[in-house]
Design a protein around this ligand. Sequence first.
Ligand code: GLV
Ligand code: GLV
Length: 318
Amino acid sequence: MAVFVTRRIPAEGLRVLSQAGGFRVQQWDSEEPVPRAELLAGVAGKQGLLCLLSDRIDREVLDAAGGLSTMSVGFDHLALDEIKKRGVRVGYTPDVLTDATAELSVALLLSACRRLPEAVEQVKNGGWTTWKPLWMCGYGLSDSTVGIIGLGRIGQAVARRLKPFGVKKFLYTGSGPKPESGAEFEAEFVSLTRLAEESDFVVVTCALTPATQGMCNKDFFTRMKKTSVFVNTSRGSVVNQEDLYNALAHGQIAAAGLDVTTPEPLPTDHPLLSLKNCVILPHIGSATYATRSTMAVLAAKNLLAGLRGEAMPHELLL
Ligand code: GLV
Ligand code: GLV
């Protein structure tokens, strides 16, 4: 059998495929995304495809591909309706990136609320003249209310890490109450509106679906407190970026931290990048050496299991 891998991935993942026996591996061996034509040519005649979140897996690709495995927890780049219709089995990589992504979410939250990139810049450009009581002040987590949009694996791991900072109350919203998930933090299930109005920090960790697309919009940001901080480590399209820009530019909210944007990469002249109170990272939630290696291995194991008709370690259940 033959499989196509759409990018250079950690060697441990490729090794799983090359050592499996009976599998021929073809790889787009580059750090840059595979061009569309190369992707289509690459999958043609292969039984399996190992892809990334930056590859759009639509009908045309599916026409050529057999088994499918994505090295990501997100699945909004996959044409799910089509996949379901065709009965294609899909592997993905939840759990193994939960800790790394939660850690990055906390780092981004602290960077935004305590204005770290702005402060570092002041040290470098001579803006730091003396210790000033009113200078570079931000907002801390003590006695705060944190609202989590999507209390799934990553959302819970974020709450678990934030609790020791002295958070007073956790709120969450999503498709419905999750009493078992919320119990550990005494988190209260509320409407999106209440979450916006009562949170000092909003952290978005939900999946991008038709229901969450554009969910954080003008109405949402207008309801948020002027002193509140917004953090998104899920997918850029959960946010209406123009509305977020206006909220940040006009002081409707205090700051934002984004690990995800629309599009990715964000053009370097994008208005959001002109704002001091917006910290933007290049989608690095899962970027630790260990996590990326584990993701690659899991993605490879999912693919092999799918091709062999065995149970995948992590199959996306549609
Ligand atoms: C990262 O965003 C992922 O979906 O794995
Ligand atoms: C801060 O450095 C303080 O001494 O208050």
